[in-house]
Every structure is written in C-alpha cells, then in structure tokens.
Design a protein around this ligand. Structure first.
Ligand SMILES: [Zn+2]
Length: 579
C-alpha cells in the first residue's frame, strides 16, 4: 500500500503545483496589492473574503474561517478523504506513487488495530447469522424491521452472553489480548490475571471511518433490564467519536447525489432511515455535534437537516448546535419530532412520505432558535430584555449581511419591537464583544490566537513557553491541540503541522495565524509578547476562579457552612495575593 503519511510526498506535491492555479479551477480569483483574493466557495460569499498566499501555499477565508493548504482546499471542495486527495494531486503533479512503499513503524501498529477490528467484526457478524445463540439478536433486528441486506451491508453482529467469548476467539487466533485492550474490546480483570469481554449479550454495530474500515463498535442491550442501553468502544488511537459519524462510508454517495444530508442521533435511528430507503443520512456517536463533524460533512454538501427527538433534551441539543453551524457559515434545517417520538417510531407510525415532508419543510435552525426564544418570552420563562439580547448575541455570528438583516427584521416583528432596537443590540455585540461572559471568552481567544501566531513564526520560543506552564491557561481545544503539537511533540515545520490536522477545523486556525501578520520584527519582541500573552491568560483564569470562589463563598454563608466558608476564604486570599 501507498504510505500516505509521507511528509515527503505532500511536500513534493506542493513544490510542483501552485495553490493559485488549483483554486482558480474552482472559483474566481484576482491579484491585489499584496497577494490574491477569491470568492470563498465554502460559504455564500459576496465580497472576496478568501485570501490566498502563493509563497506560503495557504488559503484562509476571514469570513467563515475555512483555511489550510492546497490539500485542505482540494479535500474540502471535492469531499475527499486525505488519501484520495493526495492520490489525485500526485497524479496531477506527475508523481508516480510507489505501490511498494514499506509502511513506517507507526503505521503497522495502526494497521494491526484495523485488522483486529475487522476480524472481530467478522466474528460477531457470523455469531449473529449462524449461531443458535444469535437468536435473540436476530429477533430484535426483525422487530426493528432491519432487512437482511442492511444487516449485511453494515455487518451487524451479536456479542454472546458470557465473559470470555471474545477472549477465547483471540486466544484461538493467537491475537495478544493487550492489542484488543487498546481498542477497548476486552477489559483487564481488576484482580488476578486475564481479561474479560466488554460487549456481552448485545447487538453489535461496527463503526467505520469514511473509508469503510472498522474503527470501533457500538453495542445495544437486548435484555431491557441490562444497563446501560448502549455501550460504545472507548476512544482509541483509531476511534474518535467527536470526529466520526456512523454510516458515512455507506451514505456519502447518496448524500452527494441527493445534495442533502440528514443527521440523526444514533446508529439505530440511522438504520431505521436507511432501511426505509432514506439513505442520505449520518448519525453522531453518543456525543453532541462538533465542529469537526460539520467540517467533515460539508465535504459532501452544505445542505444539512438535523433531526432531534421530540423531547426537552432534543430542543436543547438543537439550540446548542446552532453556534457550531454558524461558525462554519452554514444554516441547516432542523426537525424536532413530535413529542415522545424518535425517527424509528415516527417512520413506523406515519411512514416515509410523512418523514420526507418534515425534512422538506424543515425551518432553519436559526428560525427555530428565534421562535423558541420568543415562546420562552411569551411563557414568561425569560424577560423581553434578556430574550432579545440572547437572539442578538446569535445574530452577531451570522456572517452574511443580507441574511442577518432579514433575521433582525423577523425578530423585531415577532417580539413587537422596532427593527432599530434589535439592530443596535446586534451592532453593539459586534463592536464590543457582547456582555461580560462572552467578552472574556473573546479576549481569551484573541490572546490564545496571538500566542499561536507568534509560535508559528518563532517556533524556537516553544521552550520558553513550555517552562511558563501554558497548559492551564488555554481554553480553546483546537488551539490547545495545535500548541501541543508544536510545544510537546516539537513539530515546527508548517507543512508537517498542517498534515497533522488534515481535514480538521484546526487547520483554519493555523492558516489564520500564519496569514495574519502580528507585525513583529524580531525574536526579542516576539518573546516579550508571548510572555505577556501567557500572563494575561493566566490572569484571566485567575479572575475566573476568583469569581466562582466569590459565588461559592456566598453560598457557604447562606448555608451557614462555616468550615467550607473558611476553606474557600483561605483559597480566595491566597489567589488575591498571587494576583
Ligand atoms: Zn468562507
């Protein structure tokens, strides 16, 4: 197999191809004084917001935050995985990839993990189909109306009731249990030697990456008294639930063809839809939607409909996901199912046509959010003041000015306010960074970004930063993982760094940092600035802690808990001194 983690190959592609020529093939691009600007194809762009730097080989859209190198652009635009993109661009650059490139050491470990998962998935699948033990699982799937071709396509399986079914299988095939432990398939016994099976008496859903390789497993109980209802593989070297969807390997072509993707909340919902012939669907894996999810999905389409269960937690999840979509410049539709139903029961009761109708008529997530807040105000759950402020805080994040003003108008109408009243709140949010809480978050993130920016230009400052104890003060998880790569793993080369974050939202942060010049002329100034960033971030953290301590102290006083009060006060005074 081709070794795609080959830094050299990627560098060679970048050396031979021009990012300007590549992007020119997809959108209009023109030269300005210093560089190039293009209409961003990743959001509805009216002014050229995408900047392209030929020398650095980077693009970045300062409106929607999309960014990266030519591979990142090509992957995202064409909806490809990294190996697919490398293979295409290598061809375009006239590079022949040696089929016999030996895999490097790290890769063979990963490929062993994939092989093991594939063997285990085959084992569970055979147990489901062929053994007497699989009867209850077969009954369950029949009851859920999952036909045999779907069981086959998704290689559904059954983990028998018992502590060592898989352990024995591993032994028979001379597979070290420690390898299976890395994937969470077996668990080390607390006392004594040996391992036991994680999945027992459960229907098994192999979870695949977009290339169709098994990265983990989900297990659903058969006996209603077993807890919990679902068990999933723990995070591992190859399984990251925040980055992967269930089913995307099978549904990606349907999504492309339909030009629309439906997101549901779990693999059983997914399979109900898929079995009913609605195949342009993906499911999250027991986690709320993340930015990485959205970035992955938009490779295939930017028309997305999110489906939530008809209960309070569904509404909350819908509201939470709004920010993530807005950050990516997307506005999905949202379906909240009637109270008490999930996709499976809805399909069973109302049928496929009714489901399609819901999808076709889905309001945008923003409309839903505004209506939801307006209703809260009408029910007396929030005041008019805080309701309109909440909505204004969200509208600030809508990048498209035309769309934003149409929503400002709608909000004003629904709340019976003048358009100007809403508009001024949105403007104030834009200029001042909103209310206290949001403002601190913003200020934090600016210092975090500046720190990233300086380190990317002066990676030799890593040592200084490491000694300063930077870990505690960074809150943005993307910034955190990039800094880790630079400081802890010592990846100082820009191309390698981008490679580590291929296909992830973090690439946009790297391109942003590299393309916005902080105007620092020498290492000495850079060093001073980065120290001041760390200091400010630490102070902000300290302030946060002091604030929460003050609240806890008030509570302790109210509850007359003198001992707690004393302890908190001591911490408070110490921190004040530190400050
Ligand atoms: Zn953009």
């Amino acid at each position: 197999m081709v070794n795609f983690n080959n830094d050299f190959l990627v560098k060679e592609i970048k050396r031979r191809l021009s990012i300007i020529n590549l992007i020119e093939g997809y959108t209009s691009i023109k030269k300005t004084g210093k560089g190039y600007v293009a209409l961003c194809p990743f959001h509805d762009d009216h002014t050229p917001s995408m900047h392209v730097d030929e020398e650095k080989g980077l693009f970045h859209c300062f409106s929607c935050g999309a960014g990266g190198d030519m591979l990142g652009f090509y992957m995202r635009y064409n909806g490809l995985t990294f190996p697919e993109a490398v293979s295409d661009l290598a061809k375009r650059a006239n590079i022949t990839i040696e089929k016999s490139t030996p895999p490097v050491k790290g890769d063979s470990q990963t490929s062993n993990l994939f092989k093991l998962n594939s063997a285990v998935s085959g084992f569970y699948h055979r147990v489901l189909l062929e053994s007497r033990k699989g009867g209850s699982a077969r009954d369950y799937l029949e009851k859920r109306k999952i036909p045999s071709d779907v069981i086959e396509e998704f290689r559904l399986g059954y983990a028998p009731d018992g502590w060592d079914t898989l352990v024995k299988f591993l032994k028979k095939h001379n597979i070290p249990p420690s390898l299976a432990e890395k994937l969470g398939l077996v668990v080390k016994k607390q006392s004594g030697d040996g391992y036991y099976d994680r999945f027992r008496n459960r229907v098994i859903f192999p979870i695949c990456n977009v290339e169709g390789k098994v990265i983990g497993f989900g297990g659903r109980r058969i006996k209603e008294s077993d807890e919990p209802k679902y068990i999933n593989s723990p995070e591992s070297e190859i399984y990251h639930k925040r980055k992967n969807f269930y089913g995307l390997d099978s549904s990606k072509d349907h999504i492309r063809k339909n030009k629309r993707a439906i997101i549901v909340e779990g693999y059983t919902d997914f399979l109900s839809l898929f079995s009913a012939g609605i195949k342009n669907v993906v499911a999250t894996l027991g986690t709320s939607l993340t930015r990485d999810h959205v970035v992955t999905l938009r490779r295939y389409t930017d028309r997305i409909v999110v489906v939530f269960d008809g209960d309070e937690s569904g509404v909350k999840a819908a509201v939470r996901s709004l920010d993530i979509f807005l950050e990516e410049g997307l506005l999905p539709g949202v379906v909240i199912l009637p109270e008490g139903s999930d996709p499976d029961s809805f399909l069973a009761e109302k049928g496929t046509e009714a489901f399609y109708k819901l999808i076709d008529e889905a309001p945008t997530l923003l409309d839903f959010y505004i209506d939801n807040t307006v209703n809260e105000y009408k029910n007396g759950a929030v005041t008019l003041n805080s309701g309109v402020k909440e909505i204004a805080d969200v509208l600030v994040k809508v990048n498209d000015p035309i769309l934003r003003s149409s929503y400002i108008r709608k909000t004003a109408e629904k709340l019976g306010l003048g358009e100007n009243e809403v508009l001024s709140l949105v403007r104030r949010g834009k200029v001042h960074g909103q209310t206290g809480g949001v403002k601190t978050v913003k200020a934090h993130s600016n210092h975090e970004k500046l720190m990233l920016n300086i380190l990317l230009t002066y990676p030799e400052l890593s040592r200084v930063v490491a000694e300063e104890g930077w870990e505690g003060c960074v809150s943005n998880p993307d910034v955190m993982s990039i800094l880790e790569e630079i400081i802890v793993k010592g990846v100082h080369d820009m191309s390698s760094l981008l490679l580590s974050f291929q296909g992830s939202a973090a690439q946009g942060l790297i391109s942003e940092a590299l393309m916005s010049s902080p105007g620092i002329s020498d290492g000495g100034t850079a060093s001073k600035m980065i120290m001041s960033c760390i200091k400010k971030l630490k102070l902000a953290k300290l302030d946060e802690r002091l604030k929460s301590l003050r609240l806890s102290i008030n509570d302790a006083v109210k509850n007359k808990d003198a001992e707690l009060e004393k302890r908190l006060l001591t911490e408070y005074t110490d921190l004040r001194k530190q400050k």
